[in-house]
Write a protein that binds this ligand. Sequence first.
Ligand SMILES: NC(=O)c1ccc[n+]([C@@H]2O[C@H](COP(=O)([O-])OP(=O)(O)OC[C@H]3O[C@@H](n4cnc5c(N)ncnc54)[C@H](O)[C@@H]3O)[C@@H](O)[C@H]2O)c1
Ligand SMILES: [Zn+2]
Length: 342
Amino acid sequence: MSKSISYRFTHSEVKYYFNARFSALQKLTGKDKTVLITDENIYRNHTSKFRGWNTIVLKPGEAFKVQATVDSIIDQLIAFQADRQFTLVGIGGGVVTDLTGYVASIYMRGISFGFIPTTLLAMVDASIGGKNGIDVGPYKNMVGVIRQPSFLLFDFTFLSTLPDGEWSNGFAEIIKHACIRDIAAFRLLEKNNLALMKKDRKTLYALIERNCRLKSGIVQRDEFEKGERRLLNFGHTLGHALETQYTLSHGEAVAIGMTYACHFSAGLLGFNGTGRVVKVLEQYGLPTHAAFKTEKVFQVLKMDKKRVRSEMNYILLEKIGKGIVLPVPLKELEKWINNIQS
Ligand SMILES: NC(=O)c1ccc[n+]([C@@H]2O[C@H](COP(=O)([O-])OP(=O)(O)OC[C@H]3O[C@@H](n4cnc5c(N)ncnc54)[C@H](O)[C@@H]3O)[C@@H](O)[C@H]2O)c1
Ligand SMILES: [Zn+2]
């Protein structure tokens, strides 16, 4: 078993096992009191790992991050006769980890859970920070909780079966972290590109760990999102609205959201790094522009959790590596989006 590091959050401690093996899970939680939750793609690619474990296999994809899936997981937990001593382990991307954390938080008023993230995005972002929830219609993550897992086990070998498009999704969040808080990581990203990073596993694994630590530090300082944690929404306000209205992946939508936020930052704060951000996004296979109907997107955007009455707490960049939160009137926001579109 690799060495663990611990992060202490408000209510609990989370153990992180970097460079670990899936097989080490047995040392963390016994097979008789554990239910694994995964999706069909991961199960198909890694079937032998699940042998001997109680396992719930979900249909893959964001469309299933909904209440109906929660109900079906609960039915299956009851069929396994899972009691309060059980642990749920989500093995998958952000859809699986969000669902697992949410169900574990409400089943029998809360049982323990852990994650083995299998996408780059889940490794650097979704598995960290305790936000777990589901979508409601076009509204992403509308219902959920903040509750920390007991452990995170990182088995980087899962990445060997990750489909090509999913790599860019993960890099969107890595670029986000670099933009808001980590200029050194941004420079490292600039010097590399997607193909190089996929080959250079040593650099990649170190970058994943660096991102986990960066996000964990932010969450630790502001677990319930009163201030600093809001920065992690960089690119996500417009991104989420685009993602639910058009067929874009999360990473693509966030990349477009970040580009627009750079343009707002230039106009509102004199930010001069838009070109560099756009270039890095392109180096990692991400889009930086989309033609969309502002009106349609704005209907969803207005419902974002970061809205306070007629203002939106928007995440902007003062410079690369320094994000800030600025309340922007909705009217002004709409005007900006229209300007960039035309
Ligand atoms: N809780 C949070 O703080 C947080 C943060 C960021 C994102 N999220 C959520 O995460 C979700 C996106 O996560 P995602 O990008 O990981 O998507 P995902 O879970 O849908 O996984 C992407 C695809 O890759 C497949 N897959 C996963 N691992 C694989 C592997 N090792 N080999 C082969 N195929 C594999 C999945 O079956 C799926 O088809 C969104 O719902 C988003 O809201 C949550
Ligand atoms: Zn995201």
